[in-house]
Design a protein around this ligand. Structure first.
Ligand SMILES: C[S@@+](CC[C@H](N)C(=O)[O-])C[C@H]1O[C@@H](n2cnc3c(N)ncnc32)[C@H](O)[C@@H]1O
Length: 328
């Protein structure tokens, strides 16, 4: 098939800006300074109650890892999945800032199982009912998983990244993968490549090879579907900026709170299951352990839904980001 990248108007616009010596990075618009303090509102609550407490246009990133009706646990059962999901999807769109992003986890392989909830149904609903733009479908490819005899053993899940508008924030530099010295030397001599980009490293692409958490992983806090911190970390680094607010209304094991603390973002994390408190305590112990390796801003844990609006009001700042011609 012909390479059509030269017809991509987004790339053409960015190349023109490059030639004119202008920065097209979102980071240039917001700066990269870590705040001195961050705040993290946490608690037990239904997703719609959490969302109702949040003002319009105030959240930079939503990490959204919903239940999919596959009866993994008591919370994983809805008789009409989309009927339930459409309410939190439209609320999510309302609370996102114009620069905001939502990353929705899921798989495409559960359709037909007990009530038809899967990422495909959410994407298709959003295509028809939302103004958000599908920027990337990220393939999370893991080396570890179940074996299979009647089909190829599954080794991936997907994350659908939707941007609220064409002014979405994206910091590629924060997540580039460094080249090894040998490759860097060769690339530096290649006149077709920009030495500044070679120095910074490669675009990690939309296929992320990262292991799932093993049963005996030190990260595990007891939640059955806990996501590895490295996956959340890449989303937080690329799709939000220091000092902005990250929301997780299906917070599960509390991993988003931990990553937000470590990355200098504010956060709001609620889960309907009261065991969330216990998981969060363990996540905070993991933060103290990681303190030795990395300097992180001072942080405050604030319990209770009534504090949500106050947190968001304090931190609203509106970065001026140029429109992308198209989301990706
Ligand atoms: C797939 S898990 C999230 C896992 C999380 N991302 C992690 O890595 O630990 C989905 C979570 O949604 C929660 N949940 C289910 N229904 C909910 C609702 N109506 N409101 C809020 N949380 C809900 C469940 O308790 C469960 O912890």
């Amino acid at each position: 098939m012909a390479n059509r990248s030269h017809r991509n108007s987004g790339l053409r616009a960015m190349n023109a800006m490059n030639t004119a010596g202008e920065k097209h990075s979102s980071k240039a618009a917001v700066g990269a300074e870590l705040p001195t303090n961050t705040r993290h509102v946490v608690g037990v609550g239904d997703c719609l109650t959490t969302l109702a407490a949040i003002p319009d246009n105030s959240i930079q990133l939503i990490i959204c890892d919903p239940p999919y009706n596959i009866q993994l646990a008591d919370w994983d059962s809805h008789s009409n999945y989309i009927d339930w999901a459409k309410d939190w999807l439209s609320e999510a769109e309302r609370v996102l800032a114009p620069t905001g992003n939502i990353a929705i986890f899921g798989g495409l392989q559960y359709q037909g199982e007990a009530g038809s909830g899967d990422l495909l149904s959410l994407i298709s609903y959003m295509r028809q009912n939302s103004k958000m733009l599908l920027a990337n479908l990220i393939i999370w490819n893991y080396p570890n998983g179940m074996s299979a005899q009647r089909f190829f053993a599954n080794r991936h899940e997907e994350v659908a990244w939707f941007a609220k508008s064409k002014k979405y924030f994206f910091d590629l530099d924060a997540v580039r993968e460094p080249y090894d010295e040998e490759t860097k030397k060769v690339y530096m001599k290649d006149k077709r490549l920009n030495p500044e980009s070679v120095e910074k490293g490669r675009n990690p692409t939309n296929v992320w090879r990262m292991p799932r958490l093993n049963g005996n992983s030190k990260e595990r806090v007891g939640h059955p579907t806990q996501k590895p911190a490295v996956v959340i970390e890449r989303l937080v680094r690329a799709l939000s900026y220091p000092g902005s607010t990250v929301l997780d209304f299906f917070a599960g094991s509390g991993v988003t709170t931990r990553v937000a603390i470590q990355e200098g973002r504010n956060s709001i994390s609620f889960d309907a299951d009261p065991i969330f408190d216990e998981y969060l305590t363990k996540q905070l112990e993991l933060v103290s352990a990681s303190d030795l390796l990395k300097t992180i801003p001072k942080f405050e844990i604030i319990k209770g839904m009534e504090h949500v609006a106050r947190l968001v009001e304090i931190d609203v700042k509106v970065p001026q980001i140029a429109e992308a011609e198209q989301p990706a």
